[in-house]
Design a protein around this ligand. Structure first.
Ligand code: WTA
Length: 637
């Protein structure tokens, strides 16, 4: 085994005692015992129980031809996210709370949401949109985006949300790939107070596709510009349909609900298709069991709806459970660096879900922004998207959670639809650095380069070994007919500790082969962020006739001088990982290039380090940092 190695740093340290979830949390938790009383796959029936089915399913899993979860069952996602709550007497409860860019707000009760979704569904139906047609939604964080998603779901159309930050070319590719003939866009949107034109990008994209595309535009910018002949104004589009109701179309469990592209942080983005029954069941159950959401809770996931996290845990999960979901148009630091905490305080948010990069940014700016807010409404904090290092976990737990919230670090992917690895917050102890055990019904293995299981504590490729309801269509490979023959290689490196907790170590594509050993980015980065004063770090391997590690480091406010930190960074890596991994070069930077879904773009850092030039920065939250880093010449010792 060449790529397994015993660990010398803190990442796999099971001596770290588990932190008990707060007693007050456990007392009220939705799930208080693992309670797996049924064998796989029957155990997944408990996820389907969180949905209302129009036709009950016949089998939990039919694996005769592909993987057909809840076979024979029929349901409608829009009914599950709206009607059943209205029917249960909760029509006046807030479903959606929109926080606009400069503090303006809009509130939609479940009744309002029902009216909006029905009117739009009726308009779409009259425009000729039918079940299985693909409708493209190229919109920023405005309420019309989840409304349009649910209107599509209502009539059985398949939505394809394209992140508003994507270029015209990216939109054209998506339109062409899906054959979509209906496009919703906004005229533009605001970011950090600047207006961006979206409609022109949409126009350019439509010129580039073979099909003709029917376009509807939502007015978001404060200008009087006409939308032009190519567009129907959204308000006019639905104007004649207020008060109409559209019966929710019965969809087979395996019928598609939406298509979405993977974020493409490393490889080429690919299109994933999610089913109606399996996806929604997994998302509803994990929202209940992992995010501990109750009907009526106020909940906020900071992810943009353009990514899977926003689909599953801003829109479908919380609405399926009848919670109040907060939709935030701004960025975490605009207009003020404490705007995020103000949104939590003002809305009395109970459950908060974000990316570790967001937390690290706040830790970097100092705790006073968060400390001055009353965050006592919070009871559970979640993270997703990247490994959470111990220092970040502790900062989140202490400063945001005030040591009285449960914390869940949740691992999953666009391909998996919903969470697969996480502690159950009312059941399991918390271990900073680890996501926790696989959820009940989920099985994993860690394998070496030859596909053999490694020993406990050794690192390798994270493989899922059993199908699960939220899996995207055609995700994974089968080497035989039995479901047991299914495997899905996640592309992540990980290790499992003696308690069965999984520790994520980074993407396999980002691995560094140093001195004949395979190291994963998080192993080195965890050592670096353990140095006092360091806020964030990213390590990449630069191949110049042998791989050398480059470290990009950003410091907490008021830390310095950098020269003293540089030595400490190197010492920490030598001590925790080994001298062979000591970064040849340490670059200090105010920020790291990150996607708006909160991932560090190590690929861009590699391109910067080798001087080959950064290709496409359109998905970055902070593209300006690329230019800054490219102009850094003093990267010497
Ligand atoms: C990474 C986002 C460590 C991982 C839901 C995965 C994580 C990729 C975690 C999927 C976590 C996600 N700890 N790494 N808790 N959660 N990742 O498709 O590399 O945008 O493969 O889905 O994010 O990113 P995606």
């Amino acid at each position: 085994m060449t790529d397994g190695m015993s660990f010398r740093g803190g990442v796999r340290d099971t001596e770290n005692a588990l932190v008990d979830p707060p007693a007050a949390f456990v007392e009220q938790a939705n799930v208080t015992a693992r309670g797996v009383d049924r064998e796989w796959p029957e155990c997944w029936a408990r996820a389907a129980d969180y949905l209302d089915w129009m036709t009950p399913y016949e089998r939990v899993l039919d694996a005769t031809d592909g993987y057909d979860w809840f076979a024979g069952g029929e349901l409608n996602a829009s009914y599950n996210c709206i009607d059943r709550h209205v029917e249960a007497g909760r029509k006046s409860q807030t479903a959606l709370r929109w926080e606009g860019r400069l503090g303006e707000t809009r509130t939609y009760t479940y009744h309002d949401l029902s009216r909006e979704v029905n009117a739009l569904a009726a308009a779409l139906r009259d425009r000729g949109v039918e079940a299985d047609d693909v409708v493209t939604l190229y919109m920023p964080m405005v309420p019309e985006l989840p409304i349009a998603m649910l209107a599509c779901a209502r009539i059985g159309a398949v939505h394809s949300v394209v992140f508003a930050g994507y270029s015209a070319d990216a939109l054209a590719t998506r339109l062409a790939d899906t054959g979509s003939a209906v496009l919703f866009a906004c005229d533009g949107y605001y970011r950090r107070g600047t207006a961006y034109d979206l409609k022109r990008k949409a126009d350019n994209a439509c010129l580039d596709v073979p099909q003709s595309v029917d376009r509807i535009v939502v007015d978001r910018l404060d200008d009087d510009r006409p939308h032009g002949d190519n567009y129907t104004d959204y308000a006019a589009f639905v104007a004649d349909y207020w008060g109409e109701t559209v019966a929710p179309v019965a969809r087979a469990a395996n019928d598609p609900l939406f298509e979405i592209q993977t974020s493409g942080t490393t490889g080429e983005p690919t299109l994933i298709r999610h089913t109606t029954g399996g996806y929604l069941a997994q998302v509803a159950w994990t929202t209940h069991a992992v995010l501990d959401l109750e009907p009526g809770d106020t909940y906020w996931c900071t992810a943009d709806i353009g990514w899977i996290t926003g689909h599953s845990y801003t829109v479908y999960g919380p609405l399926a459970l009848g919670a109040t979901t907060v939709l935030y148009e701004g960025t975490s630091d605009y207009p003020e660096r404490d705007h995020l905490w103000e949104v939590i305080e003002r809305n009395g948010v109970e459950v908060f879900y974000t990316a570790p990069t967001v937390i690290r940014a706040f830790a970097k700016w100092g705790s006073d922004h968060v400390d001055r807010h009353d965050l006592s409404s919070l009871r559970l904090l979640g993270t997703v998207g990247e490994p959470t290092d111990e220092a970040t976990w502790e900062w989140y737990y202490e400063h945001v959670g005030r040591e009285s919230c449960a914390v869940v670090d949740t691992w999953w992917q666009t391909e998996t639809g919903g969470v697969l690895l996480s502690t159950l917050p009312g059941v399991d102890g918390m271990r900073p650095e680890a996501v926790g055990p696989p959820l009940p019904g989920v099985s994993v293995d860690i394998v070496d380069a030859r596909g053999n299981s490694v020993d406990t504590g050794d690192s390798g490729s994270l493989v899922l070994t059993r199908p699960f309801p939220g899996m995207g269509v055609d995700v994974g490979e089968s080497t035989g007919n039995a479901p047991e023959a299914w495997r899905y290689r996640t592309g992540d490196a990980a290790t499992v500790d003696a308690d069965g907790y999984v520790h994520l170590l980074g993407r396999e594509d980002d691995a560094l082969d140093l001195d004949g050993r395979r190291l994963w980015t998080h192993e080195i980065e965890a050592a670096i962020v353990g140095v006092e004063g360091v806020a964030e770090a990213a390590v990449v391997g630069v191949d110049a006739g042998g791989v050398t590690p480059y470290a990009y480091v950003s410091l907490q406010r008021g830390t310095g001088p950098a020269s003293a930190i540089r030595e400490r960074v190197r010492d920490a890596v030598a001590r925790d990982v080994g001298a062979f991994a000591t970064p040849a070069t340490v670059v200090f930077t105010p920020d790291l290039p990150k996607t708006r879904s909160g991932k560090v773009m190590r690929r861009h850092l590699r391109q910067i380090a080798t001087g080959e030039g950064v290709s496409d920065t359109s998905v970055l939250r902070n593209p300006e940092i690329v230019g800054e880093l490219e102009s850094v010449t003093d990267v010497s010792e």
